[in-house]
Design a protein around this ligand. Structure first.
Ligand code: FES
Length: 209
């Protein structure tokens, strides 16, 4: 084996043995540990991907779909939620391709209709050129995106489960048992802290014990 070939084989062996996964984000080579998500890796490299239902202290559930990115591998391309998609060797990730921007604009239109009172959502939508929504606005005062972050943090971090997501579809809401003030709530305010739109400020007094 020539010296060059053996050097390359050595490099490949070292790469395999260090346990790192190598791929690219927007053409930039990046490395991640097994089990990391695309979002986690992007954040390590300071690459911005918008999120709503993600917070590092709770398990990601991929409900808002705002963090969608495009992945390309073996001549196929997919749009996936980066907060729940594990990294893969050799995949090419695009965080702002035309397809991703279109999906994100569509999601922002839905969010504008679901929680029109949220300034954060309106500002983010504006960044993507979305200033109105083709979906019906049922509750103009609503700022809650139903991302469930407040519910998950109460359960997974505080360990209380004082609140939950009740009802379905357009009636889905953050609520306390039987719509009464929760006797389990300890008024710690963790839900207020993680709420990405400030909606919990309106709800907190209704649900706390
Ligand atoms: S942040 Fe990934 S789906 Fe909400």
């Amino acid at each position: 084996m020539s010296a060059k070939k053996s050097e390359k084989a050595k490099e490949a062996k070292n790469e395999k043995e260090d346990g790192l996964i190598r791929f690219t984000i927007n053409g930039q080579p990046v490395q991640a540990r097994e089990g990391w998500t695309i979002l986690e890796t992007a954040r390590q490299y300071g690459i911005q991907i918008p999120t709503l239902c993600f917070h590092p202290v709770v398990q990601p559930i991929g409900s808002c779909r705002l963090c969608m990115v495009e992945t390309q591998q073996n001549n196929s391309s997919r749009v996936v939620a980066s907060c729940i998609t594990p990294v893969q060797e050799g995949v090419e990730v695009l965080t702002h391709s035309d397809e991703v921007q279109n999906v994100r604009r569509w999601i922002l239109e839905m969010l504008l209709a679901a929680c029109p009172a949220s300034k954060g959502i309106r500002d983010l939508a504006k960044e993507y050129g979305v200033t109105s929504s083709r979906f019906t606005v049922d509750y103009p005062e609503d700022a809650c995106p139903r991302c469930g972050l407040c519910v998950r943090v109460c359960d997974e971090v505080v360990g209380i489960r004082a609140i939950s997501l009740g009802n379905r579809g357009i009636f889905k809401e953050v609520t306390s048992p039987y719509h009464q003030r929760s006797i389990d709530c300890v008024s710690c305010g963790t839900c207020l802290y993680v709420c990405p739109t400030g909606a919990m400020e309106q709800l907190f007094d209704q649900v706390r014990g």
